[in-house]
Design a protein around this ligand. Structure first.
Ligand code: PNW
Length: 464
């Protein structure tokens, strides 16, 4: 794989955008302020034993009150964009009906403060925090009723913020929240809505000129051997994660392997729906962190034992091959550092879907937060610097050598924050947050690294 000692902004095309990413529930806090309604994550975090450290995000990193300060941090690093999500329950406390002026005001202030500092907003409409009311009324995403409510909410966001927001992500990781929320039940209670895209197209596109995509969680599945059966297996693993959402949007139907293996559970795509679907995306958002080896599950052993959705594809995934691990681990068990995977990932999307515009909507790694880890060590995060240097080198090669149409890159995340089931136990930030001392933000070495790397234009790169 490619490895460059000195990667910089200059290694990317003109106009390539850099930013950091976040989500409302993980960052905002202030859950009882501003007329915000209850979301399914407020409820879920109260259930016993679901979150490793028994925490919730009532406070999180309090960005609701501190966004001006946080914008300074982005500005200081030289970031072009900020990806955040809107909390549906701030806009519609009951999920639907009358919008809340306070909620709209909050996001207006955030967006205006960003623009004032020259940072563009990149906005996710749904990052997992469904209004609780919709879950109670009709089981949320299990009901087609949610499509109308989501459209209503999306319409209001386009109308209120679309004069200033030119990039929209409809869903963050539909694959993830469908499986974890509704199949495995380990995350708060999938399906997808094209109506939001068509609504935008019909009412706002011409006037506002923005772009809409989805952000897919995309693990790269590498065949564990050269055998055809393992290559096919890796193909199925890709179908059941990325293809599940992109095939309908690009080809108007589910991947063949899904039609063959889970026909009885696939919603029907009528000709009319298929027509609505095709072309309902301006860019493909890719949340990419890691890669796994994949082999054919010849005996369908997983199906016998587990009977979960991930066994449907008849694949076995593993970070190990002949005793060697695919890449060094970050703090999270699922996150192995595999820089070449990002290059294969964007080449896969290029080859299968005709090189659509792609944006890396998340990439990053966490360090752990154990009792023996000193602050000094956490702040000197050389591992994270290597991580971004190596992933960015491979991404740059994919753009320059393989002609992949990748247009931007967002780091997960600006700050350490509340990491879902892991609570506050892992830290993904370029900035350290002191949870014991007024949520003070302290730059890690990686923040300084990004600052240098974003300053340098082509041919100015020196050793970083
Ligand atoms: C993302 N994987 O989830 C979410 O969008 C963020 O909210 C979250 O904080 C971040 O990643 C870090 O976990 C993912 O297994 C979870 O490859 C798992 C994977 C990818 C993304």
């Amino acid at each position: 794989f490619v490895r460059s000692e000195s990667i910089s902004r200059g290694d990317f095309p003109d106009g390539f955008i850099f930013g950091t990413a976040s989500s409302a529930y993980q960052f905002e806090g202030a859950v009882n302020e501003g007329n915000r309604g209850v979301s399914i994550w407020d409820t879920f975090t109260r259930l016993p034993g679901r979150i490793l450290d028994f925490s919730n995000a009532d406070m999180a990193v309090d960005q609701y009150h501190r966004f001006k300060n946080d914008i300074e941090l982005m500005k200081d690093m030289g970031m072009d964009f900020y990806r955040f999500s809107i909390s549906w329950s701030r806009i519609f406390p009951n999920g639907t009906g009358e919008p809340s002026a306070e909620g709209i005001n909050y996001y207006n202030s955030l967006i205006d403060a960003l623009l004032e500092k020259g940072i563009q907003p990149f906005v996710t409409l749904y990052h997992w925090d469904l209004p609780q009311m919709l879950e109670d009324q009709y089981e949320g995403w299990l009901s087609t009723q949610v499509i109308k409510d989501f459209e209503h909410y999306a319409y209001l966001c386009f109308k209120s913020f679309g004069d200033r927001v030119k990039y929209w992500v409809t869903f963050n990781e539909p694959h993830n929240f469908a499986l974890h929320g509704y199949d495995l039940g380990i995350q708060a209670p999938g399906r997808c809505s094209i109506l939001a895209y068509r609504t935008y197209q019909q009412h706002f596109k011409e006037r506002q000129g923005g772009q809409i995509g989805m952000a897919l969680d995309a693990i790269w599945y590498e065949p564990i051997t050269d055998l055809d059966e393992d290559k096919d297996a890796a193909g199925r693993a890709m179908d059941f994660s990325v293809g599940w959402f992109l095939d309908p949007i690009f080809f108007g139907k589910y991947p063949l392997s899904m039609e063959q293996l889970v026909a009885e559970r696939l919603p029907e795509i009528t000709d009319a729906t298929s027509k609505m679907l095709v072309g309902s995306l301006d860019f493909v958002g890719i949340n990419h962190y890691t890669s796994l080896y994949t082999r054919n599950d010849r005996t369908r052993i997983r199906k016998l034992v587990l009977q979960d959705a991930s066994s449907d594809a008849a694949v076995i995934t593993t970070p190990y091959r002949k005793g060697a691990v695919i890449g060094e681990r970050a703090a999270s068990r699922w996150l192995h550092i595999v820089p070449w995977g990002i290059r294969k990932m964007v080449n896969y999307v290029k080859n299968k879907y005709g090189n659509p515009p792609m944006i890396i909507t998340e990439n990053g790694m966490d360090d752990s937060n154990g009792p023996f880890i000193t602050l000094e060590k956490t702040l000197q995060d050389d591992k994270r610097i290597r991580f971004h240097r190596d992933y960015l080198s491979n991404l740059s090669a994919a753009i320059r050598e393989d002609n992949c149409d990748v247009r931007g890159y967002f780091v997960w995340s600006l700050l350490d924050n509340w990491e879902w089931n892991m609570g506050y136990t892992v830290r993904f930030g370029l900035y350290y947050v002191d949870f014991n001392n007024n949520l003070t933000r302290i730059p890690k070495a990686s923040a300084q690294w990004f600052k240098n790397m974003l300053r340098l234009k082509r041919d100015m790169s020196s050793d970083i």
